[in-house]
Design a binder for this molecule. Structure first.
Ligand SMILES: [Zn+2]
Length: 236
């Protein structure tokens, strides 16, 4: 259930049960011509809704902005700064703690390494300030990577992401005509990182299917539920 569907009175009552709160963090980011800008938002929101149902948790209102580096110059990417990202997530978590939350899961659909560092710093500040609060932080792609299939060379907007979106939002996502390739700049920091992805995506998005996406999405939810049950000692 979504936390903001409750009334103030009902939320206060519900929080006395100390439910797990999942905060989905997405983004608004270019994902080639075949996927919507909400791709990184739709995935963790779907996973959060499904996992929360199974662990009796609540889903906090999602954040649909993130820190983007490699796609920041592409049309449609709306990036926050690194510090803004860290601070907005820290403020949201702090507000949840003030409302009685003590089991928090930050689930990011955007898996950019710098973005994840910003989230990790926000989470670290919360556990430092509130030692009784437990915080888990991960990207759903940390779990997708364990899905048993060859994912070599697959990346942004590729086979896994396109398949997952064809399952979650069939009206918004479609497979591509050809594979997308990554162009390396070696160790160079370049002003036009989008040139690493000439087609806007990386991987075999032409082989994507809703059926594969459904299996991967179910796998991710199962794994997240396992992690929540193990780490917070909750479950049915
Ligand atoms: Zn993505």
């Amino acid at each position: 259930m979504r936390l903001d569907e409750l009334s103030s009175v009902d939320l206060k009552k519900r929080m006395t049960e100390k439910p797990v709160i999942i905060l989905p963090i997405g983004g608004t980011e270019a994902h080639g011509g075949h996927l919507p800008l909400c791709t990184d938002s739709a995935q963790p929101e779907k996973v959060a809704d499904d996992a929360a149902k199974r662990v009796g948790g609540l889903v906090a209102p999602p954040l649909r902005y993130a820190f983007h580096s490699s796609t920041r110059n592409m049309p449609g990417t709306l990036t926050l700064g690194f510090e803004t990202t860290r601070m907005v997530v820290q403020d949201i978590l702090e507000a949840l703690v003030q409302n009685g939350a003590d089991k928090l899961v930050v689930l990011s659909g955007h898996a950019g390494s710098s973005h994840l560092v910003a989230l990790k710093q926000a989470c670290a500040a919360i556990v430092s300030g509130h030692p009784a609060v437990k915080v888990m932080m991960l990207s759903d792609y940390d779990l997708a990577r364990d899905y048993p299939m060859d994912q070599t060379g697959d990346g942004h907007g590729g086979l896994v992401e396109t398949s997952r979106m064809m399952d979650i939002a069939p009206g918004l996502a479609r497979k591509t005509e050809r594979e997308g390739h990554y162009v390396s700049h070696g160790f160079m920091i370049v002003p036009d990182p989008e040139t690493s992805m000439p087609s806007g995506y990386v991987g075999a998005a032409h082989e994507a299917s809703a059926e594969l996406g459904r299996k991967i999405n179910e796998f991710i939810v199962d794994r997240l539920v396992e992690e929540i049950e193990r780490s917070f000692g909750v479950g049915q």
